[in-house]
Ligand binder design. Sequence first.
Ligand code: HEC
Length: 158
Amino acid sequence: MSTLFNGQKNNRMSTAVRLLFSGAILLSVVSFMSLSNSEAGKTNQNQASIVGEMNMLPLGGDVELGKALFQAKACFACHGMNGEGNALGPNLTDDFSKQGCKEADIMKVINKGVPGTAMVAYEAQLKPAEVKQLAAFVLSLKGTKPANAKAAEGTKCQ
Ligand code: HEC
């Protein structure tokens, strides 16, 4: 009788222990799986963003950084939020320019300003890379035809 009792007790004990063990194993398997899944997700995301950047190469990542600077440096105050121009500054989206259409011309205007006009030199407050980013953004505006675009000024770009 006592052997049977012990046996039953041991049996119950071992069932409980087995349940505990298998629960713990199940838990660790599940958590391992979700961990490795989220790791895989991250890798996929990284790959996706690398592919995304590669697709943007013709424009360069500079355009987005230039857009942020256009806002941070308040260029929009005289050129409009979308480069459409306003009473103060010329339209940057059309195919006409007062100071030249090439990247180098645009960088020069940003660096040195246009003496005698509201366009001041930004050289002292921008890194060369930032001037390039701004120029990339300005070039990306060409042909975007924003609302309220200011009439063309200067000469037609070649
Ligand atoms: C206070 C007003 C003002 C601000 C702020 C300003 N600009 Fe200008 N910008 C002008 C004016 C005015 C001109 C036209 C100068 C001229 O007569 O040639 C100009 C010209 C330009 C041109 C040449 C356009 C052309 O037709 O050749 C570019 C490019 C330009 N600005 C970019 C910028 C950028 C980028 C910023 C910000 C870092 C900026 N501007 C900030 C007033 C401003």
